[in-house]
Design a protein around this ligand. Structure first.
Ligand code: VAH
Length: 321
C-alpha cells in the first residue's frame, strides 16, 4: 500500500529558521522521517532530525541522490544568503538563492517530490510603493541583490504551479527574531543582536537608525505560519508566488524602550551602515489579509511578549539568568 507518511528534507537546517523548523517537524512527523541538511559538519544537539546530510544545495547531483535515497516527499528549502551578505556577493547570492529552487521545482515536475516550501521576503518590495500597509499584489521593484533574487524565485514558483501544477508554497517573511540561533547577515538582524548585547553589555550600537520602522516577526509565529500554510488544503490557496506576512512593525527606538522595561539600565546609540539604505528601500508595514483569509494566519507574539520571551530565554542560554 502506498505510504502516506511525509518524508521531509530541510536545506539550511542549521540556520535561523531551519534550526527551529526542523525540531517542530520532528515533533510532528517523527525523527526518522526528517532529514536535516547543511554545509556544516554534523552539529549534535542543534537539530533533533533522525538524519543529517552535509549537503551543498548547489550540487544538484548530490541533492537528487539524497532525495532518492531517503524517498523524500516534501522539501523545506531554506538555504539562502540574506540581504547584507548578498550585497557583498551578488553572483554567488544569485546562484545560491535561485538555482537549487529551480532544481527542486524540476524534481516536483518529474514527480520525484510532492511539495516544496520556499522562503521569500518583504525584501521583494522596493521603490514606487507606499511604505505602510503594502498589499499582496503591488508592483515588485526591489533594489537589493537579495530582493531581486527573491522576486525571481517567486516568479519561478508561480511558473511551475501554473505550467506544471507543482505544489510549491512560499511566505514573504519579515525580519525574524529568535534566541536559539544567532543572526545571519540580515538587515533586520539588529533586532536579534540587540538582545545579546543588552544582556551581555547593557548597551548596543544599532546599524539601523532609530526611527526606521520594519516589519518583524517572532520565530514561534513564523514557524506556526509556515506549518499552517503547508497544511492548508491546496484548493484554498489563491497566491502561488509568495504570501505577504507582516507580523509587527517597530523601530530600533521602540524596541529599545521595550528592552528597558526588562533591563532598565540598557543604553542604545545609532551608527547606520550600508544596511540602512537596504532598510530604507523596504516597507515599514505589510497587509497580510490574503494569508489570513486563505489559510488562517494569526499571531501570538507582539513586541512586549517577544521581548519578554527573548530576554528570559537568552539570559538562560547565556548563563545570565
Ligand atoms: C534580512 N532577515 O534581513 C532577512 C529578511 C526582511 C529581511 O529577509 O535579510
Amino acid at each position: 500500500m502506498e505510504s502516506h507518511t511525509e518524508r521531509i528534507l530541510i536545506t539550511g537546517a542549521l540556520g535561523q529558521i531551519g534550526t527551529e523548523l526542523t525540531n517542530r517537524l520532528v515533533e510532528i512527523h517523527g525523527a526518522d522521517n526528517v532529514v536535516a541538511s547543511g554545509l556544516d559538519r554534523w552539529q549534535k544537539g542543534i537539530t533533533a532530525a533522525g538524519h543529517y546530510e552535509r549537503m551543498d544545495v548547489t550540487n544538484t547531483q548530490l541533492v537528487r541522490q539524497i532525495v532518492k535515497d531517503y524517498e523524500i516527499t516534501t522539501v523545506y528549502h531554506l538555504a539562502s544568503l540574506l540581504s547584507g551578505t548578498s550585497e557583498k556577493q551578488p553572483v554567488f547570492a544569485w546562484k545560491l538563492n535561485l538555482e537549487p529552487l529551480l532544481h527542486f521545482c524540476e524534481m516536483a515536475k518529474e514527480g520525484l517530490i510532492q511539495k516544496i516550501f520556499w522562503p521569500s521576503s518583504i525584501a521583494v518590495f522596493g521603490k514606487g510603493i507606499p511604505k505602510e500597509h503594502v498589499g499582496q499584489d503591488v508592483v515588485l521593484n526591489p533594489t537589493t541583490v537579495y530582493g531581486i533574487s527573491k522576486m525571481a524565485g517567486e516568479k519561478w514558483c508561480e511558473y511551475y504551479f501554473d505550467k506544471h501544477g507543482v505544489d510549491v508554497r512560499s511566505i514573504r517573511y519579515p525580519g525574524l527574531i529568535s534566541w536559539k540561533t544567532p543572526a545571519g547577515g540580515g538587515t533586520t538582524d539588529y533586532a536579534v543582536e540587540i538582545f545579546y548585547e543588552a544582556i551581555e553589555e547593557g548597551k548596543y550600537t544599532s546599524f539601523i537608525s532609530e526611527n526606521t520602522g520594519m516589519p518583524m516577526l517572532y520565530m514561534d509565529d513564523a514557524i506556526d505560519a509556515t506549518l499552517q500554510l503547508m497544511d492548508a488544503p491546496k484548493e484554498n490557496l489563491t497566491v502561488h508566488s509568495s504570501y505577504n506576512l507582516g507580523g509587527m512593525s517597530f523601530t530600533p527606538k521602540q524596541l529599545a524602550e521595550e528592552i528597558r522595561k526588562e533591563i532598565p539600565e540598557f543604553e542604545i546609540d545609532y551608527k547606520p551602515d550600508f544596511r540602512q539604505a537596504i532598510a530604507d528601500s523596504w516597507p515599514a508595514s505589510i497587509d497580510d489579509s490574503v494569508a489570513k483569509k486563505d489559510w488562517g494566519l494569526n499571531y501570538k507574539f507582539g513586541i512586549s511578549e517577544m521581548t519578554g520571551d527573548m530576554i528570559k530565554n537568552l539570559k538562560a542560554k547565556l548563563g545570565k539568568a
